[in-house]
Ligand binder design. Structure first.
Ligand code: 25A
Ligand code: L14
Length: 339
């Protein structure tokens, strides 16, 4: 471990990149030089880091000279094009897009679940950060899987617009204003009105009728658990919420597990906070999770329609634990154990 590291953030002006820089500062990551990178559109603007204004540079193949760690969140095509260049320049890439996640020689890591997989970064110099909806679900399921072995998961999500980025945050705000002023809502990002609506459509549709977001939850969960026997089916829904994804998760286990056992396991689990007191109207809420680090779990109850089943309600800040925080946690393990 060196004393400090040169860190590049690719997509530094986006919803996730901005949060990455904030999390690096908050957690006192040992940054020697911070190099914010974005498209030509944003080059020359400034980001704040530890009280200084740092100039954003245009991303090019030469951007990674002297960089130890490169955090990418500028979309899959930018990662496809530039992550190999960053790795070739000697940086370890932590990539937040879906581009490399399912490649067998790229580790897909959630620090609370499979930190050991980070060792695999040596093959390509790239570590993939999972999808936001997958991350919060596996953090909650891991202690239950270790105890009772999951057979099948049926999950429905209620996902915030911030997952799509800044322009989508602006779209929900704009449409809300338009509708409250009796004007026609204008559309730029989503195919339908998102204000006061729910869209059963996240990312693109695939030939099997599922969306790509739904299939990410299926395939990434198996890869992170290193267990292809876990069956997952998902319906992912966009809701008019700015920050924080919520998930209704139904789980069937091989062994019996009571709601009380699950509650105790989750209370002891890293990265999890149990909020489960229905008598006091207490359960996890997106508005409470926004800006926070933990994965919140509540509404823990036995599924009376099957032998060994539980229902859970799982909420986390999709831009923090779902993206920026998870990536910085991976970088923390990297420098502690490998660099
Ligand atoms: O491909 P994926 O994996 O599906 O990811 C798609 C997008 O999802 C977000 C992220 O958007 C990503 O671009 N994302 C990915 N993973 C996520 C996760 N786990 C996730 N969101 C949440 N959770 P974003 O808005 O957060 O970040 C965009 C950043 O990427 C920069 N960028 C884009 N193309 C680039 C590039 N950087 C370098 N080279 C390129 N070719 C993007 O550039 C931003 O930093 P920018 O800094 O130039 O953006 C400046 C301003 O312009 C706005 N804007 C962005 N795109 C457009 C636009 N305005 C008009 N038209 C556009 N097409 C931005 O809002 C910003 O303010
Ligand atoms: O990381 O909410 O694969 O629109 C791409 C779509 C993140 C969320 C990913 C969204 C996602 C995103």
């Amino acid at each position: 471990m060196k004393r400090s590291y040169n860190v590049a953030v690719v997509g530094a002006t986006g919803a996730v990149g901005t949060e990455m820089i904030r999390v690096l500062e908050e957690r006192e990551f040992p940054v020697a030089e911070l190099r914010p990178l974005a498209s030509a559109r944003s080059a020359g603007t400034e980001v704040r880091f530890r009280g200084d204004e740092v100039r954003v540079q245009e991303l090019t193949d030469q951007s990674f000279e002297g960089i130890d760690i490169a955090l990418f969140s500028a979309g899959g095509s930018v990662s496809a094009r530039f992550a190999p260049a960053a790795a070739a320049a000697g940086a370890v890439v932590v990539d937040n897009t879906s581009h490399f996640r399912m490649e067998p020689d790229v580790p897909l890591v959630v620090p609370e679940v499979n930190p050991h997989a980070i060792a695999g970064y040596k093959a390509r110099g790239i570590i993939a950060n999972p999808n936001c909806s997958t991350i919060q679900m596996v953090v909650a399921l891991k202690p239950l899987h270790d105890r009772a072995r999951i057979r099948r998961v049926v999950v429905s999500t209620y996902q915030a617009v911030s997952g799509t980025g800044k322009r989508a945050i602006e779209e929900l705000e704009r449409q809300s204003r338009e509708l409250l002023n009796f004007r026609e809502p204008t559309r730029q990002v989503y195919p339908h009105q998102i204000a006061f609506n729910c869209l059963p459509h996240i990312d693109v549709f695939l030939p099997n009728g599922y969306t790509k977001e739904e299939m990410k939850m299926v395939n990434e969960t198996r890869k992170i658990f290193e267990d292809d026997s876990v069956r997952v089916t998902a319906t992912t829904v966009r809701v008019p919420v700015f920050y924080g994804h919520s998930e209704a998760v139904n789980v069937e286990f091989e062994k019996r597990i009571t709601a009380q056992e699950a509650r105790e396991l989750l209370e002891a689990a890293p990265g999890v906070v149990v909020v489960d007191d229905p008598a006091e109207n207490l359960y996890p809420l997106a508005v409470d999770a926004a800006g926070k680090d933990p994965v919140y779990v509540g509404r823990i109850r036995e599924d009376e329609s099957v032998e060994n089943g539980l229902n859970l309600w799982v909420v986390a800040d999709n831009v923090r634990k779902g993206a920026a925080l998870n990536a910085v946690q991976i970088a923390e393990i990297l420098i502690r154990e490998y660099l």
